[in-house]
Design a protein around this ligand. Sequence first.
Ligand code: SAH
Length: 377
Amino acid sequence: MEEVLTNPKAGFYINRDVFGTEGDFITSPEVSQMFGEMIGVWVMCLWEQMGQPSKVNLVELGPGRGTLMADLLRGTSKFKNFIESLQIHMVECSPALQKLQHKNLKCVDEDSHNGNVDKRTISMLTGTPVSWHAALEQVPSGLPTIIIAHEFYDALPVHQFQRASRGWCEKMIDVAEDSPFRFVLSPQSTPAKLYLMERCKWAGAEEIAKLDQIEVCPKAIELTHTIAKRISSDGGGALVIDYGLDGIVSDSLQAIRKHKFVNILDNPGSADLSAYVDFASIRHSAEEASDDVIVHGPITQSQFLGSLGINFRVEALLKNCTDEQAESLRTGYWRLVGEGEAPFWEGPDDQVPIGMGTRYLVMAIVNKKQGIPISFQ
Ligand code: SAH
């Protein structure tokens, strides 16, 4: 999964823009500017709870086209103290998407002065310094930190286990004679089994007894440890938004190409692979990593955006727009907070938008010193 998505030559994300109606899938920031604006409200409130530090690292993991960050900056640009405190760090593995983020944040590369080799890049939206990193570990520590992970965890590689007569076996991929790839069950124990054992310890025996398949995501556990340790030492908090469950995920790995589900093993690198996020394991990993952090949620995206006032925002925007913009605002609003199939849809059945309001969950990992963040009170 990791190779298929991030291989430097052939990875799905590496060479192209995969988002939007023309691409393979659409995400909330691409649905409506209100999404990034609402995240901006949350981030600014946390910054206030942190005591309005004069410098703060604002980190986004997997920023896609950079739309969320651009909307966040535009939305908060009037709040000078907040804006002036920001140092933006984009954690992105794809050179093509880094370029697109640079463009969408209207970045300019300053000439190095005083013989300084570190060239600064500034977003002209707000005059904020922006830098890019391949992993969270590379973001300099020592400043209070706010981390956003929107649709990042679902791209981390999962291991799938299946119950067999000889116990839990890992599903592996084999090269078949008649087709390029096929799934097989491991004959022996595999290293990832340790993570399965760990995951099962966090669950009740009854929850496990009901399942014939279990997915685990070691990289999600590692990433959560890194986030929790960073927030413990530097202060601040992280916001995780993704589709998933507040418990064990059984069998969710999926492939999407051009907005349609396709076979996972078909033409690797040409379709997005993703899996449901196991929010309960994020909570356990964060709590295990540090006593200084506390985990809130998950709550639904609809509760989250509602508590931040998205209904007031849509009303305000509707007062001053064209009919076409009004249509797109109403549809966007519904997609972000609605549930099930869009009631207003008149297009083809197989393209009906599905509401993201309850499928997407929101969790916060914050330093205990910060108190309870807005939306989770
Ligand atoms: N947050 C964006 C994009 C989500 S898609 C949005 O909501 O629109 C996942 C993003 O994470 C892409 O930008 C992808 O290139 C990046 N990504 C995936 N795996 C990564 C990894 N291991 N390290 C760094 N970036 C990664």
